[in-house]
Structure formats: C-alpha cells, structure tokens
Design a protein. Structure first.
Length: 292
C-alpha cells in the first residue's frame, strides 16, 4: 500500500491511498467484509495523518455493482482513478486477439500499416515529441496535463526496475509524428497510461496501430492482461468522453468496474467544504468539455 499526503489548504491536508490496499489473494470477495477491512485500516491510519481532513481510498478490486462502504465513509465528489475500464485478454494467440476486436478496429489496425504508418518504441528519447503531441491534444480536447518534468520523473522512477518496464510508443508517417502512447508493463498486467495525437493525418488511424503494437509487446513481455485504463460509466452518446468509450471498447476486451474513490472523514467540517468545492469544480470541467 502506498500512502500519500497532499496539502489542500494552509494547515490542512488530504491523505490518499491510490489503488490500495492490496488485499491477500485469499481474502474473501464479500463486499461487506472488504468494506469493514477498509474501515479498520482507515482507523489505524488516521493517527498518522493528524492534519488530514480525510483519507481517500481507490480500492483496486473489481465489483459487480456500485458498492456501499460502511459509515463514516462517503463517496467522493470526484474520482481520482477511473473506476471503469476495459481489460483485453492477452493469453490467446495474436490472431485470436485481433479476431475478438470489432471489425472496424481490425480494419483500421491493418489500414495504418498499409498507409505507411510506422510504430517505434522511442523510450525516454521520445518524451519531447510526446509532450508536443500531448500539448496539442490538451488544447484540442480541453484537458489538463502535467509539466514535461512529471513525465521525465515517471521514466526515471521506473528506470532499472527488472520487474517492470515503461514504454513510450510513437507512430510516424513521412517524418510526421502522428500519435504516441505511454504503457506500463508490470508483472502480468500492462496498463495504457497516457495517449496523445496530432491534428494532422488523422485518417491514417495511427492510434489503432499504437495500441496493437503495445498489446503484442505486452504479450511478449509475459503480460496476460492489457488495461486500457478508463472509460465513461456507460455508452451515453451525450457524455463528453463518449468517443473514448467507443474507441476503447472496440478492442474486444471486457468492461470491469472498481469501487471508485471513497473518503474517510477525519475533520468533518473541512471535509464538507472541500467536498462542495470539488463537486463544483467537477461541474465546471464537464461544462467546458461539453462546449468543445
């Protein structure tokens, strides 16, 4: 389990447990028992975060329906990690993985290659090109991004770790960088973390070629699952990220749901104020995305 602390106001912080806690493999799947275990963990952690208004958890386990954690847990006003995602099974042969994709996705994957799109594992040397594409994507789609130093630090953190690899794939055509993705290989799991694309030559379907190359390399690395990492909760055409839902679900994986972000209030008054502000910020961001 990783526990982080972040200041949200002078003298006030939030504690955050991303994708944690990691429960033992033989821990019961019963959501009630898992909720009780999470509440007990929060009580143990609370003295270690004396200035925290709340402790936020993003449990990593899968659920069949939206859970209800025991009091005093509260559903967070906004999720930090995406609770809904698509997992592609990498255990079948490559041709079977392709066959499980929607027909248009198989066609677009082949089309990119036929039209001369090449995909390379550019690694850390490709960070500047990736960041240029990311800035272009952010301006087009109205999303927030980190500074380039954040992505450099991410690669530095993973450097020299035998059990994991951080890959940066870049798709090019006639010396034009068209798209890039960052994918983490860790044990049996590959996770698509970041993606970016240019405004030019979008008809060449570079994004499909990138994902297919990453899936093949992940399979060769020994991964059995490819996590496309984050989709809207349902196929709602009015959702500002509806295009993301269509793109990721077309690769033939299964849709899974995690509990989402849950808060354990430690200082109720400050927590309520933060929660109202977070909910308001979420509404503003959704409004801006719908206007794009």
């Amino acid at each position: 389990m990783l526990a982080l602390s972040r200041r949200i106001a002078p003298g006030i912080a939030m504690a955050y447990i991303p994708w944690g806690p990691q429960l033992p493999a033989d821990f019961p799947a019963d959501p009630v028992m898992r909720g009780r275990a999470l509440a007990e963990l929060a009580r143990v952690l609370r003295p270690h975060f004396r200035g925290a208004a709340f402790i936020r958890f993003d449990p990593p386990w899968f659920v069949d329906e939206s859970p209800e954690l025991p009091a005093p847990f509260r559903r967070a006003a906004a999720d930090i990690q995406p609770p809904d995602t698509v997992l592609v099974d990498l255990t079948p042969p490559a041709q079977d993985i392709l066959a499980a994709m929607k027909p248009k996705w198989r066609y677009n994957t082949g089309l990119a290659e036929k039209r001369g799109v090449t995909v390379s594992d550019s690694g850390e040397e490709g960070i500047e090109a990736f960041y240029r594409l990311l800035a272009e994507t952010a301006a087009r789609d109205g999303i927030a991004i980190h500074s380039i130093d954040y992505y450099r630090a991410l690669f530095e953190e993973c450097r020299g770790e035998a059990a994991l690899q951080l890959r940066l794939y870049t798709a090019t055509h006639e010396n034009d960088d068209l798209a890039a993705i960052v994918v983490l290989f860790r044990g049996k799991q590959a996770t698509y973390l970041y993606g970016a694309s240019a405004n030019i030559k979008r008809n060449l379907m570079a994004a499909y070629a990138l994902q297919w190359r990453a899936m093949q390399d992940a399979q060769a690395f020994g991964c059995t699952q490819y996590d496309l990492f984050g989709i809207p909760p349902d196929e709602n055409p009015d959702h500002p990220m509806a295009g993301l839902y269509r793109f990721k679900t077309g690769f033939g994986g299964r849709i899974i749901q995690r509990p989402g972000s849950w808060d354990y209030p430690c200082r109720p008054l400050f927590y309520r104020l933060f929660s109202y502000a977070e909910a308001f910020r979420k509404k503003i961001m959704l409004y801006k995305k719908r206007r794009l």
